[in-house]
Ligand binder design. Structure first.
Ligand SMILES: [Zn+2]
Length: 228
């Protein structure tokens, strides 16, 4: 029997915490969080005990990334679930994309809002923003904030996010009444929302500055030998 050894790089982030934890991110980054003074061999043995879990997570994340339409050439971007070649100067892209996102989201809102009946009156406007952690949010004042990157996912997925946030105009929680409301508003919600999960890795990887996520924190790059 031969043992396969693979080496993965992980980010070791030490902080004022009391336990060790390992995270596998959708963009395949492995982040290990540990207390400041835990010896390295203790961290490494913690990781070796979780090799199967880490490999399983990596395989799932790889599968998800592969299921998206592949971007193979420079200048290619996802647009409404497909691959588009941007033919103009890269400096003009962000402005164009934000305008496209706004048009698309307003179309979804116009289509779905009447389904809320009188509650639709609580809708108080749309803001588009690049966000790294969420697709959308809804405030008590009725302002819906949506992620500009929604224009990159298929239309039925962006519609699911809009339906979700509009349903918050009626229910400011994720309880059973909220769930009924969102499906009533958009009957394909559950399937579309599940498909959206595949695209969520994009929020982290689509970083215009190419910098590591702030939430990961500063750390040390180390290597992890996975014996499988
Ligand atoms: Zn919500």
């Amino acid at each position: 029997m031969s043992q396969k050894v693979t080496v993965e790089t992980y980010q070791l982030v030490r902080s004022k915490r009391s336990t060790i934890a390992v995270e596998v991110h959708p963009d395949l980054q492995i982040v290990v969080r540990a207390p400041r003074w835990t010896p390295l061999r203790e961290i490494e043995s913690f990781l070796q005990d979780r090799v199967v879990w880490i490999q399983d997570r990596l395989a799932k994340a790889r599968q998800t990334l592969q299921s998206l339409p592949a971007l193979t050439n420079p200048g290619e971007v996802h647009h409404r679930g497909a691959v588009m070649q941007w033919p103009y100067s890269p400096s003009r892209f962000a402005t164009w994309e934000k305008a496209e996102a706004e048009r698309l989201c307003l179309d979804h809102i116009r289509e779905l809002l009447p389904g809320l009946g009188v509650h639709g009156l609580r809708y108080n406007g749309l803001k588009l923003r690049r966000m790294r952690r969420r697709w959308g949010s809804c405030s008590y004042s009725g302002i819906i904030v949506l992620n500009t990157l929604l224009v990159r996912v298929p239309d039925h997925c962006s519609k699911a996010v809009v339906a979700h946030e509009l349903a918050h105009l009626v229910h400011m929680n994720h309880g059973p009444a909220f769930k009924r409301q969102v499906v009533e508003l958009y009957p394909d919600y559950l399937a579309a929302n599940k498909e959206l999960d595949q695209w969520t890795s994009m929020l982290l990887s689509a970083n215009p500055n190419g910098r590591a996520s702030k939430s990961i924190g500063r750390g040390e790059r180390r290597e992890l030998r996975l014996l499988g």
